[in-house]
Design a protein around this ligand. Structure first.
Ligand code: PEP
Ligand code: MN
Length: 423
């Protein structure tokens, strides 16, 4: 299998016509793509068409022309496979015909993105695949399709969905694109041509995607766009392709330069979830605030009969507890003065706005335990605090918090939380 995965930091460049139309056309475009520094020549030999009777491509002749042009200009070829060449043929035979024409990457188009037979066949053959998203598939469905083919040679091609916006032919969700790039599992090849459907938008949309970190682009290029037999409205000229590539490279360099900033942003300290601890008697209230059914919610984890309940919830709810005047305690790690290990403390904000810090080392805790002068009161591997919920143990927080000791706290509804970080 040819090496097709982007290895370096450079942008993978794919360009060529929507359809292979003639030898002159494919040769001239291949030359322009090679000149711009492209690595792959694209071009459809079998064209998926919306209605029957329309021209469906030069088929085998198209493969021959692609092979010739690719070899003449040192480009790898990516072209779409629709299925078996003839209905009576086995898919494997068709794949072999593609391979015999030195096709490096098998494009699976939007219409076939969930064609199980085709994907399984390509997977069995172990060939490299450029898998487009379906006309309206979810990312999960797309990734499901992706599992069917050889993982090493797989690239995902983002081509928008057919929920036409009032401008774009196939709208592309930017958040989805950022998510895919961030996943980092497969190289992401961006297709501005089928997304916009309009050549005048290809430049900006491509540069935006490159700034977002896509690994490569696949662009429809035609010698004489208005004469293009298919997708003429979105084709750009070879000269435009050259301009596009040189700008895209500059944006790519900027993108690479910002690696540290990206990393710093990604390791933000805002957790996605928190573990909360609250009194069982307040279950219904907590469930309401979190927007869950109390029955289902309460069974998450029960600690101590009639005592404390815990649950893991999305982090965004803590503000609502505050809004409703709960006393909120954040469980934070604290290093003891004379031990290297860390234990937990609670930073509590009362409804009045007053803040108290509850730790095994605060004066009140030590005094209450009658051990002023020594730093910690250790019972096994559990440290006790003087303040908190009466006789209730937050087991994995190593806290025993006896709330009755602080009147303001005992009068309030209390929730403790600890950021949950996936290990
Ligand atoms: C194409 O690449 O020309 C094509 C038919 O694309 P899609 O499958 O994304 O519509
Ligand atoms: Mn096309």
């Amino acid at each position: 299998m040819p090496t097709v995965r982007p290895k370096g930091k450079g942008l993978v460049l794919m360009g060529g016509p929507c359809s292979v139309e003639s030898e002159r056309q494919i040769m001239a475009v291949a030359e322009a793509v090679a000149e711009a520094g492209g690595e792959f020549l694209r071009g459809g030999a079998w064209k998926p068409r919306t209605k029957g009777g329309d021209w469906e491509g030069h088929k085998r002749m198209g493969l021959k022309l692609l092979q010739r042009a690719g070899e003449a200009f040192g480009l790898k070829v990516v072209t779409e496979i629709l299925g078996p060449e003839e209905t009576h043929m086995a898919l494997k035979e068709t794949i072999d015909i593609f391979l015999a024409h030195n096709i490096a990457v098998f494009q699976v188009g939007a219409r076939n993105a969930q064609n199980q037979e085709l994907l399984n066949g390509l997977g069995e053959a172990g060939v490299a695949v450029l898998l487009k998203n379906g006309m309206n598939t979810t990312i999960a469905e797309w990734l499901g399709s992706a599992t069917r083919v050889n993982q090493e040679g797989l690239m995902l091609c983002v081509r928008g969905k057919n929920n036409e916006t009032d401008i774009a032919r196939n709208g592309q969700d930017m958040a989805a694109l950022a998510h895919l790039v961030g996943m980092g599992r497969y190289p992401i090849i961006f297709d501005p041509s089928h997304i916009t459907g309009r050549r005048e938008l290809v430049y900006s949309v491509t540069l935006g995607a490159v700034a977002m970190g896509v690994d490569g682009i696949i662009v429809e290029v035609h010698l004489d766009p208005q004469m293009s037999v298919t997708d003429s409205r979105q084709a750009i000229t070879p000269k435009q392709f050259g301009t596009l590539v040189s700008s895209a490279r500059k944006v790519r360099a900027e993108y690479l330069e910002l690696a540290r900033e990206r990393e710093a942003f990604a390791i933000s300290e805002i957790p996605s979830h928190v573990d909360i601890f609250f009194k069982a008697s307040e279950l219904a209230e907590v469930a309401r605030i979190v927007g869950k059914d109390a029955e289902e919610f309460g069974t998450y984890k029960k600690e101590h009969e009639g005592g404390l309940l815990t649950a893991r919830i999305p982090a965004g709810h803590m503000g609502r507890f505050r809004q409703e005047d709960w006393a909120i305690g954040k469980i934070v790690p604290q290093t003891s003065r004379d031990k290297a290990d860390t234990i937990d403390a609670v930073h509590m904000t009362l409804p009045s706005g007053a803040k108290i810090r509850l730790s095994p080392y605060n004066e009140a805790a030590l005094e209450f335990r009658g051990s002023k002068g020594s730093y910690a009161v250790d019972f096994g591997n559990r440290v006790e605090l003087a303040h908190g919920f009466a006789n209730q143990v937050v087991l994995d927080a190593y806290l025993t918090i006896e709330m009755g000791r602080v009147t303001e706290v005992s009068a309030a509804r209390v929730v403790l939380y600890r950021p949950y970080t996936e290990s």
